[in-house]
Design a protein around this ligand. Structure first.
Ligand code: SAH
Ligand code: SF4
Length: 337
C-alpha cells in the first residue's frame, strides 16, 4: 500500500486496522505532507517495531524522479515516472520573493486538445492522472528540495477540465492535507465548457484561467482545434455565467505569436471580446517549440499590445519566461527525456 495520497481519516482507519492509536495517524500524516519524507524509516518518532510492521504492508511512495534539470534562473524541472512507466513533467518556479514557491503540475499524460503551438499536444493523449499521481508531483518537489510548495498552477501537461474528478479531489488534498489555500491554486483550461459550468456551480475559491490566445473564431480555430467544439461565443457565455455565479475574477491567458495575433488590430478585437468580463490578462510571449515555425513577438509589439489592453481598464501582466534553457517554459513540456 502507498501512504502518500491518504487523508488523515484514511490513515486513522489504517491505524485502527493495525491496532495503533489515532495519534500515530497524525504523526504519519505530518511526515508525509509537512516533512515530506520518502521512507517509513525516516519517521523517527514511531517505534522501530511499529515502523517494521508498517513497512511490511506499506511504503511512502511509488513514483520516481527520472530526470531533474535546474535552470540558470532557479527553475527546476522534474521528469517523474509512475509505476506503469508513464512519465510527466512538473516544474518548480521560485520568484524573487523567496517565500513563494509555485509548482506547475500536470493533470494528464499527454493531451488530446492538440493546440498547434504546444509541445504537449504533439505526442497525443495517453491517459488521465489519478489524484494521487497529481499530488505526488508536489510531494516529489518537497522531498527533493526540502521546501514547502506554497502555490500551485495546473499549467503543466494535460487539460485539467477533461480530468475534473481527479483534479477536484487533488484540490481537496492540497487544501486539507498540504494546507495550501484554494486561493493559491490556479486551474488553466483551453475552454472546456462543461467543465467551466461545473466549476461555476461549485464554491471553489481557486482561480480559473482561460487559454484564449485569439480574439475571434476564425483566428482561434487556426491554432486551437477545440474552437470547433466550443466556439468563442459559447465560451463567452459560459464565462459570464461563471463570473456571475461565483463573483470571482478570471484570468485570461493570451500567447503572443509574432505576426499572427500580436497586432494592434488583434488587441482591439480582444478588448471588444473582453469588455464585459471581469478579468485580468496575462500575456505570454510565445516560447519556441521545435515542431513549428511560430515566432516570438518583439518587445516593442508586446508593450504596444499591453498598452492597448490597459487602456481599456484591464489589469495586464506579461508572463516572465522561466526555465526556457531546460525546456521548462510554457508549452515546452512533453513528458519524455
Ligand atoms: N491545457 C491547459 C493547461 C496547460 S497550461 C491549457 O491549455 O490552459 C499551459 C499554458 O501554456 C497555456 O496557457 C498554454 O496555452 C500555454 N502554452 C502552450 N504552448 C505554449 C508556447 N509554445 N509558448 C507559450 N505558451 C504556451
Ligand atoms: Fe493541451 Fe493546454 Fe497544450 Fe493545448 S496548450 S495542447 S490544451 S496542454
Amino acid at each position: 500500500m502507498i501512504l502518500a495520497g491518504l487523508t488523515l481519516e484514511e490513515l486513522e482507519n489504517l491505524m485502527s486496522e493495525l491496532g495503533a492509536t489515532k495519534f500515530r495517524a497524525k504523526q504519519i500524516h505530518n511526515w508525509i505532507y509537512s516533512k515530506s519524507v520518502s521512507s517509513i524509516d525516516e519517521m523517527t518518532n514511531l517505534s522501530k517495531d511499529f515502523r517494521e510492521q508498517l513497512k511490511s504492508i506499506a511504503s511512502v511512495t511509488d513514483t520516481q524522479i527520472k530526470i531533474k534539470q535546474v535552470s540558470k534562473d532557479g527553475t527546476i524541472k522534474y521528469l517523474i515516472e509512475y509505476p506503469d512507466g508513464e512519465c510527466v513533467e512538473t516544474v518548480l518556479m521560485r520568484f524573487d520573493n523567496r517565500a513563494n514557491l509555485t509548482a506547475c503540475v500536470s493533470s494528464q499524460v499527454g493531451c488530446a486538445v492538440n493546440c498547434s503551438f504546444c509541445a504537449t499536444g504533439k505526442g497525443g493523449f495517453r491517459r488521465n492522472l489519478t489524484y494521487k499521481e497529481i499530488i505526488e508531483q508536489v510531494l516529489t518537489i518537497q522531498r527533493d528540495t526540502g521546501l514547502k510548495v506554497t502555490n500551485i498552477v495546473f499549467m503543466g501537461q494535460g487539460e485539467p477540465l477533461l480530468n475534473l474528478e481527479n483534479v477536484l479531489k487533488a484540490l481537496e488534498l492540497f487544501n486539507n492535507d498540504f494546507q495550501i489555500g484554494a486561493r493559491r491554486i490556479t486551474i488553466s483550461t483551453s475552454g472546456i465548457i462543461p467543465g467551466i459550468n461545473r466549476l461555476a456551480d461549485s464554491d471553489l475559491q481557486s482561480t480559473l484561467a482561460i487559454s484564449l490566445h485569439a480574439p475571434t473564431h476564425d483566428l482561434r480555430k487556426q491554432i486551437m482545434p477545440i474552437e470547433n467544439k466550443y466556439p468563442l461565443n459559447d465560451l463567452k457565455n459560459a464565462l459570464l455565467n461563471y463570473i456571475n455565479k461565483t463573483g470571482r475574477r478570471i484570468t485570461i491567458e493570451y500567447i503572443l505569436i509574432h505576426g499572427f495575433n500580436d497586432m494592434p488590430q488583434a488587441a482591439k478585437e480582444l478588448v471588444y471580446f473582453l469588455k464585459d468580463l471581469k478579468c485580468n490578462i496575462n500575456l505570454i510571449p510565445y516560447n519556441s517549440v521545435i515542431e513549428n515555425d511560430y515566432k516570438k513577438p518583439s518587445v516593442n509589439d508586446t508593450m504596444k499590445f499591453k498598452y492597448l489592453l490597459e487602456h481599456s481598464g484591464k489589469k495586464v501582466t506579461v508572463r516572465l519566461e522561466r526555465g526556457a534553457d531546460i525546456d521548462a517554459a510554457c508549452g515546452q513540456l512533453r513528458g519524455r527525456a
